[in-house]
Write a protein that binds this ligand. Sequence first.
Ligand SMILES: *Cc1c(COP(=O)(O)O)cnc(C)c1O
Length: 325
Amino acid sequence: MGVIARWRDRLPVGPATPELTLGEGGTPLVRSERLSERLGVELWFKFEDANPTGSFKDRGMCVAVAKAVEDGAEGVVCASTGNTAASAAAYAARAGLPAVVLTPVGAIAAPKQAQARAVGARVLEVRGTFDEALRSCQELSDRGTFALVNSLNPHRIEGQKTAAFEVIEQLGRVPDVLALPYGGGGNITAYAKGFAEEGATLRLIGGQASERAHTIASAIRIAEPAHAHEVAALVADGRAELVSVRDEEITDAWLEIASREGVFCEPSSAAGLAALAHITLVPGTTVVCVLTGHGLKDTAAVDVLTAGATLVEPTVEAILAEVCS
Ligand SMILES: *Cc1c(COP(=O)(O)O)cnc(C)c1O
């Protein structure tokens, strides 16, 4: 069951809203073995990369595109560091609407662009930053016809908040801490809303790249977060904490999740785990770390961060010489 069908009574949808779905939501919550031990807490991973296009964006996108159809939009438009584009393109194709996606030139991981192109989106590379691309998308949607499906679209936040409902349902209680990356801030805003609607209080930790404009973690390479004001208000109210992490901390956390847990997420996803190293965790508490995007979305990062394959002759001697050396 998709997000709209599953959470209909918690979403701004009605009889005129199409039940658009690619099977998003209902993602696994998996207990971490080794990192739980190292951190002295009960650590869980929320596998949001198990969504249909490989990132959490699908949760909000199904609602945003369904509402665009309901409102009579003739197409959808977004600016993207990659995953929003892949998701918008897929749901637009599913709904039979054209999608226009703007990405900063040279700044998006190739597999994400491939996803958008494969399902027929019009991909425009902008000679400029993500922030400039977003401003022009807003102007285009202000002229009517195209619905903006960036997270400034409140329906995105509504769909994404369902992840908070699921975490509580799957754990059978409210976690003490939930950590996730903070790029544009749509996701942290959505979790805060979802938990508030459940009357749940917890520590919400947003890990942001200290070098926002240049980080290796391309999904959070956003200099001016679109939700900066909402996130600042959450922080002022004591409902969220922000932690800045260096790229080296992000990539170390990424390697640790991969090699010690067997979980392959994209580097941006590891910013939440990297942030946890900076806060005091009460021993034995329950911590959920949201993995936002799949590792296959940014294989170029793997080439930078891990050793390459070794070429050998097809003999036992050659294999043993390599693996035992
Ligand atoms: C979009 C995205 C983020 C950042 O989410 P925001 O809502 O912009 O803060 C983090 N990780 C991945 C993989 C993403 O696709």
